[in-house]
Design a protein around this ligand. Structure first.
Ligand SMILES: Cc1ncc(COP(=O)(O)O)c(C=O)c1O
Length: 398
């Protein structure tokens, strides 16, 4: 038997009949960017998460950048985050001119350690960026308490956590801004890049939307006012129509071009209807792993307060390299997220990071031992059984 690391083809078969007429509709009507499909998808996400505003953008990295910008994070500011995550988390912080400050993670669930956050706060700290890594929400009550005490913004990196919950509330509603990725391999994955920023704040929503479209138009003017500037009054004398908005060519902020396109929105809307079912299937595979895998592997231990969407199932093994090679040799797809913790990435140095090369022992140990086993909604119990047997057989020889 062969078990792939994930199988996107099977998922496409499940939504094919639903999504193909919509793709055709978009192509025939040539409404490629924005429009009905995007606004309907944004509303569906608002309902699904229980959040006031959801705004589509080009990808998860941009979602983080937009979240940081909307929260006023910029040059001279420090943002506390985890080193055990995908590069884009801290890259977004450096991209807006701020400085990432890495603190260690917890061994049990691989998330940022709230005990370490408070000691990293300085008078330059502007925000915390918790990452719900592999789908498991961070300990948000403690993070929000520290943020409240020091007047910090909380920008959630929800790239891996769509559908996850903390104390019954969905990831993406737990801080000031939520930032999602719809990269194809995510639990809700598009047919290309896509992202979303979410917030309950009406003001932040205006600013987020302005930044993602060059700070232009009436929304850009409102955002400038909210940010303390003066937009003045503008009357172009031209009517706004469905095809032409004269205000679009008046810009009030230096922003970005970061919009979600209609094709992605159509695919994502179709998949969103199945997301809970996808995540339940992932949870079933995780349960099989938790029951069947040898105790000699360290597996994640999650608090009762959270429900993970099981974006990845990650174990730690002192024989990481040998185990991965053995799995590959025996037809079991596998991955190693993340082999280099961010404070050891060459891209971070004293010029753009507070503590490059710092000793963060739990993150370092986890990075050197983490092995991701296959987990995807279409996986069968039989395939999970094969993965378990293969891993356990490897350990019998140890
Ligand atoms: C934790 C985390 N943050 C940010 C991102 C960036 O998302 P994207 O690839 O859509 O830009 C990803 C996606 O890979 C991620 O896993």
């Amino acid at each position: 038997m062969e078990v792939p690391f994930l199988d996107l083809k099977k998922q496409y078969q499940g939504i094919k009949t639903e999504v193909e007429p919509q793709i055709l509709d978009i192509m025939e009507n040539c409404c490629y960017i924005g429009g009905r499909y995007v606004s309907e998808f944004e509303s569906s996400i608002e309902r699904y998460l229980g959040v006031r505003h959801a705004s589509g953008c080009s990808n998860g990295t941009d979602a983080l950048i937009l979240g940081l910008k909307a929260c006023g994070v910029g040059p001279g500011d420090e943002v506390i985050t985890t080193p055990f995550t995908f590069f884009a988390t801290a890259e977004s912080i450096a991209s807006v001119g701020a400085v990432p400050v890495f603190v260690d993670i917890r061994q049990d669930d691989y998330t940022i350690d709230p005990d370490k956050i408070e000691e990293a706060v300085t008078d330059k700290t502007k925000a915390v960026m918790p990452v719900h890594i592999f789908g498991a929400p961070c300990e948000m009550d403690r993070i929000n308490e520290i943020a409240g005490k020091y007047n910090l913004k909380v920008i959630e990196d929800d790239a891996q956590a769509i559908g996850s919950e903390y104390k019954g509330r969905k990831a993406g509603t737990l801080g000031d801004v939520g930032c999602f990725s719809f990269y194809p391999t995510k639990n809700l994955g598009g047919a290309g890049d896509g992202g979303m920023v979410t917030t309950d704040s009406d003001d932040l929503a205006v600013i987020l939307k302005a930044y993602k479209e060059h700070g232009s138009g009436q929304n850009g003017a409102k955002a400038l006012e909210l940010l303390g500037g003066s937009a003045g009054t503008l009357e172009t004398g031209e009517a706004v129509t469905e095809l032409y908005n004269p205000y679009k060519y008046y810009n009030y902020l230096i922003g970005y071009n970061s919009r979600l396109d209609a094709l992605q929105a159509a695919v994502l809307s179709a998949k969103l209807k199945h997301l809970d079912e996808y995540n339940t299937n992932r949870a079933r595979i995780a349960e099989l792993y938790l029951e069947g895998l040898t105790d000699r592997l360290r597996r994640p231990v999650y608090s009762k307060d959270i429900k993970t969407c099981w974006h990845q199932f990650v174990v730690c093994s002192e024989y990481k390299e040998e185990l991965c090679a053995y799995l590959t040799e025996h037809g079991v797809g596998n991955g190693t997220f993340y082999p280099v913790p961010l404070h050891h990435q060459k891209a971070f140095h004293a010029g753009n990071c507070k503590n490059p090369g710092a000793g963060l022992p739990i993150a370092e140990m986890t990075a050197s031992q983490s092995v991701c086993l296959p987990i995807f909604p279409e996986m069968t119990d039989e395939q999970a059984g094969f993965v378990i047997d293969t891993v356990n057989r490897f350990y019998e020889g140890k």
